[in-house]
Design a protein around this ligand. Structure first.
Ligand SMILES: [Zn+2]
Ligand SMILES: [Zn+2]
Ligand SMILES: [Zn+2]
Ligand SMILES: [Zn+2]
Length: 319
């Protein structure tokens, strides 16, 4: 991690400061390292320990050292109070103590009830950059509110909007677009109007996995049109709605309308696209889209054997 800015005061780690960095391991060298509990970075460190220059009363820690100082050697996450400490001064999360059976993963000494207040206080004085600074977030946060910000940071990666079985892909918009194209074979269309036909054999069976997704590129942004079949109570319904590839605040600048019909009847919907930050199931459960009951859908289709719906629509920018 780069870009560190320390809090009000410059932080020094000295050998007399009460807490010890892992580099100042006092454990007898003959003790074997219990490296199976260590994360890969720690394992490398355990093999080749970096010696801090001695003969100085205090040492300014390079930024990455502060980061490492607060990183749990077991789970690699940032540690939060109560930070635990072994008799030799190695630190780890409270919740990771159980995972290592109360044995320090570095020196194997029994971990008692020692809390590392010094490290907790050091953490309070830190101002850290958001984890997503590489993706454009320039904000700095006190250690203990950083995680909260990161959960809502607008630069955090998006999860894949594809409604298929849960896909774990995350990325920025351009990464999402290539992922949707390459891994899910989603069509990308250009223009702000569309006209889609949805055909389904055997419309009597409505399962929850029935859906399609289409991408649109217009006004320099990307939208995805969902078409899903699901049960609303006991009644099978079809639903079409639009999501925006971006933040909710941007999504609100757009409007869209959808139209479906046949045999002289027409159903219309006008709405505001939802951000892909909102899960498609949440949009569906809030009924924020065009809902077509099956009986009407079959009436539009003209027969009961095959569902044939033509959904047309338009996206425009709110003035
Ligand atoms: Zn941990
Ligand atoms: Zn230890
Ligand atoms: Zn951020
Ligand atoms: Zn995906």
């Amino acid at each position: 991690m780069t870009n560190f800015k320390l809090g009000k005061k410059q932080i020094y780690a000295s050998s007399s400061s009460g807490f010890q960095s892992r580099n100042m391991d006092e454990s007898p060298p003959s003790l074997p390292m219990d490296s199976k509990y260590l994360n890969p970075k720690e394992q490398v460190k355990a093999q080749s320990k970096v010696k801090l220059p001695h003969g100085k009363s205090s040492i300014v820690l390079p930024n990455s050292d502060i980061d490492e100082l607060l990183e749990c050697p077991v789970c690699s996450n940032a540690m939060f109070p109560p930070i635990q400490q072994c008799p030799s001064g190695h630190t780890l999360c409270f919740s990771c103590k159980n995972k290592v059976n109360n044995k320090c993963p570095i020196c194997r000494k029994e971990i008692g009830e020692i809390r590392c207040l010094a490290l907790e206080k050091l953490a309070v004085s830190l101002q850290l950059p958001c984890t997503y600074h590489n993706m454009g977030c320039n904000e700095m946060f006190p250690y203990y509110s950083k995680l909260q910000h990161e959960e809502n940071c607008v630069y955090r990666p998006y999860t894949c909007p594809h409604p298929g079985q849960d896909c774990s892909f995350t990325g920025d918009i351009s990464e999402l677009l290539s992922h949707l194209r390459d891994c899910h074979k989603v069509d990308l269309q250009t223009g702000c109007t569309f006209n889609h036909r949805y055909v389904k054999q055997n419309p009597g069976s409505v399962d929850n996995c029935s859906w399609t997704l289409t991408l649109f590129n217009c006004f320099g942004h990307y939208f995805c049109l969902h078409f899903e079949a699901f049960l609303l109570g006991n009644e099978p319904v079809y639903m079409a709605f639009l999501r925006f590839l971006g933040e909710e605040s941007e999504a609100r600048k757009f409007n869209y309308c959808l139209e479906v019909g046949g045999h002289g009847r027409k159903l219309k919907w006008q709405g505001v696209p939802r951000s892909i930050r909102t899960h498609h199931k949440m949009v569906r459960d809030s009924h924020d889209g065009l809902i077509i009951h099956r009986r009407l859908a079959l009436y539009f289709s003209g027969n009961n054997q095959e569902l044939k719906l033509r959904v047309s629509g338009k996206i425009w920018r709110e003035m």
